[in-house]
Design a protein around this ligand. Structure first.
Ligand SMILES: Cc1ncc(COP(=O)(O)O)c(C=O)c1O
Length: 367
């Protein structure tokens, strides 16, 4: 019997195959042991943040954190749940200058300064500000999720680096915590495989669905949604699951990087000719930046219109990030993260860009 493949782009990862073929371990492009005093895999990105927080609290009382106003709820929750007061510094898009601006007030008293590597770009908070807070005894947390596969993601002198690895590929769980100096207390010790099985099942069903098997999309989407909820419940004592660590051990990160960079180059090139769609970080053409997505700003408040059109064409692009905890940035309402990941080839990118170009043309002609 032959099956017709379904050509959807984006959304949850299905079970990986293409990039899981490496005989030698080359997970990331840096050597944990040389660069850091200590490190551990954890179940999720939020658990990495919480474990770092608990690690500092062993020696220092933490009352306040100074965080960017543009981030996802799960980065904020570990602080709220541990009764740490949050001050936000503004991160907004300047529509005239076409740049992301960060407004840090050096006089803010805080125990932790939290900086985020946005879409591979970790230069938004300048070295001078980081050094200023460091000199006052503030602990620096850096979220490197978006830059995890960059050639050199460790460019700042932060005390803790945290990341959600699972955002990059089909892992049931996966976070990373790196400590610059000293040993990490309370690393995860409990097996988490029972939590991971739901997501593994959903990824497998999606894979079958894409191959054209008779699988109901709603069924696996429900399972994915259930497994999303689980991340709120699995605490810092739980390790990354066995299935995910096995995948990381066989990950061909050179291939992951190569495909993503090629795909994103094509998209960036196509965007140059468009009027309503602007890349947020034009400098991300660099070969040493491995993109998670290609983040764009959709002008004239038309983001949802374009997003829905892409969905009608079987292309599912996320928004970074829906805001529910009182953080505010003007980026959330105008941003769309274009898919460029290792699952897709040049034909897929052409298909994605064709929708963007047609939409942009119609808009340009009617305004
Ligand atoms: C930059 C960043 N860091 C951390 C997290 C939290 O990761 P996880 O969902 O694995 O807990 C997220 C979640 O979206 C994120 O976007």
């Amino acid at each position: 019997m032959t099956y017709n493949q379904r050509n959807e782009i984006g959304s949850y990862f299905e079970t990986e195959d293409k990039i899981i073929n490496c005989k030698q371990e080359n997970r990331f492009d840096f050597d944990f042991e040389k660069l850091f005093s200590d490190s551990t895999y954890v179940f999720s990105g939020r658990n990495a943040i919480e474990l770092a927080l608990k690690d500092i609290e062993l020696t220092k009382e933490i009352r306040t954190v100074y965080m960017p106003s543009y981030l996802c709820d799960s980065m904020i929750d570990p602080f709220l749940e541990n009764e740490v007061k949050i001050h936000y510094y503004k991160v907004n898009y300047n529509f005239n200058l076409k740049v992301v601006e960060v407004d840090i007030n050096k006089n803010v008293e805080c125990d932790i300064l939290f900086i985020n590597n946005y879409f591979g770009n970790n230069k938004l908070v300048n070295k001078e500000s980081i050094d200023h807070f460091k000199s006052k005894g503030t602990v620096i947390f850096e979220d490197v999720t978006h830059g995890l596969f960059n050639k050199n993601f460790i460019e700042n002198s932060s005390d803790y680096y945290v990341a959600s690895i699972r955002k990059w590929l089909g892992l049931a769980s996966g976070g990373l915590l790196l400590k610059k100096n000293g040993i990490l207390a309370n690393k995860p010790i409990i097996n988490s495989d029972k939590f991971a099985s739901t997501k593994i099942n959903a990824m497998e069903l999606k894979k079958k669905y894409l191959k054209g098997f008779n699988v109901n999309k709603n069924d696996f989407m429900k399972i994915f949604a259930e497994s999303d909820k689980m991340f709120k419940e699995v605490g810092t004592k739980y390790k990354i699951d066995t299935h995910s660590i096995n995948i990381l051990n066989k990950l061909d990160s050179d291939l992951l990087r190569k495909v993503r960079i090629n795909n994103s180059k094509y998209i960036y090139d196509q965007l140059k000719r468009l009027e309503f769609i602007e890349p947020i970080f034009t400098e991300n053409f660099r070969d040493d930046i491995c993109p998670l997505f290609v983040p764009v700003i959709i002008k004239a408040g038309k983001r949802d219109e374009l997003r829905n059109l892409l969905i009608e064409n079987g292309i599912y692009c996320p928004v970074h990030w829906p805001q529910n905890r009182g953080q505010y940035s003007n980026i959330q309402n105008n941003e769309l993260s274009l898919i460029c990941d290792h699952r897709y080839d040049h034909n897929d990118m052409e298909r994605l860009c064709a929708v963007l170009k047609n939409w942009d043309k119609i808009n340009s002609e009617t305004t």
